[in-house]
Design a protein around this ligand. Structure first.
Ligand SMILES: C[S@@+](CC[C@H](N)C(=O)[O-])C[C@H]1O[C@@H](n2cnc3c(N)ncnc32)[C@H](O)[C@@H]1O
Length: 252
């Protein structure tokens, strides 16, 4: 995945901003003063199967965004270790991990509609009961819907690398956001990141190492834990000699 699918859209966006339209000026102000904007809304084609999954399974497995703490025990109908995944893409990794860890519950957050449909399809095909989905900006979900000390783990796999230096401000893994994330992980809980972009891996290691509430479980980068499956893209990248870096930190 050594590409930045959203770069073009972001370039168009930045071009608009330099013309100083009110809308873009407003969003830039939001970027400066408030939160990271780590994605650009893309129009994606939802397949017939994905749409069917959204219609049939959406009401049960997709939660509406609301700016207040959710009662996750009530949502999942049980009390179990809870993992937040940010940006699950098409959800293949999410489904595989959830199937392998039936005792844990997974909150998957993704803005891209075809991805939501794809994961719902996998939930239906595999009869997975331990995933719920939010189709919303994860930065807002984290800020408003997740209580302090309530997560057992956080997964962020191959987040958009935002290759160009002037887009680095859009990267999710930055000190302020990591501090917000860590505050919602219970002591002893973990944060697991993976990327195939070396410059972002270095930023991840620097930011996580500098966060006083985290400790590294490895000496630098971590070996890929068995529970994270190797994705199709990753396998192809590895064949081509590209690197993949995992990071596994624990909350103190
Ligand atoms: C490069 S993809 C990786 C997808 C998947 N994790 C994988 O390993 O294949 C990054 C995903 O993160 C999603 N994303 C980025 N920022 C997000 C945010 N703030 N909230 C929710 N989803 C986000 C994007 O829509 C995209 O699908």
């Amino acid at each position: 995945m050594n590409h930045d699918p959203l770069d073009e859209a972001a370039d168009a966006h930045d071009a608009g901003a330099s013309e100083n339209s009110n809308e873009n000026a407003g969003e830039n102000a939001a970027l400066r003063h408030r939160r990271i904007r780590s994605f650009v809304t893309r129009a994606g084609r939802v397949s017939v199967g994905q749409q069917r999954a959204i219609d049939e399974l959406g009401p049960r497995f997709v939660l509406p965004y609301a700016p207040q703490h959710a009662d996750w025990d009530a949502v999942f109908g049980r009390q179990a270790p809870r993992v937040l995944e940010i940006g699950f893409g098409m959800g293949a990794t999410t489904a595989e991990i959830a199937a392998a860890r039936p005792g844990d519950d997974f909150i998957g957050v993704e803005v891209h509609e075809p991805g939501v449909g794809a994961l719902l399809k996998l939930i239906g095909e595999q009869g997975l009961g331990n995933i719920r989905i939010l189709q919303h900006d994860a930065v807002e979900v984290l800020e408003h819907m997740i209580a302090p000390d309530s997560l057992d783990g956080v997964h962020i796999y191959f987040p958009d690398p935002w290759h160009k230096a002037r887009h680095h401000k859009r990267r999710l893994i930055q000190p302020k956001f990591v501090a917000q994330l860590v505050a919602r992980i219970r002591p002893g809980g973990y944060i697991h990141l993976a990327t195939d972009w070396q410059n972002y891996a270095e930023q991840m290691l620097e930011v996580l190492s500098a966060e006083p509430a985290l400790e590294n479980t490895a000496d630098g980068y971590a070996p890929r834990p068995d529970f994270r499956p190797v994705t199709k893209f990753e396998r192809r990248g590895l064949r081509l000699g590209h690197g993949v870096w995992d990071l596994m930190f624990r909350r103190r």
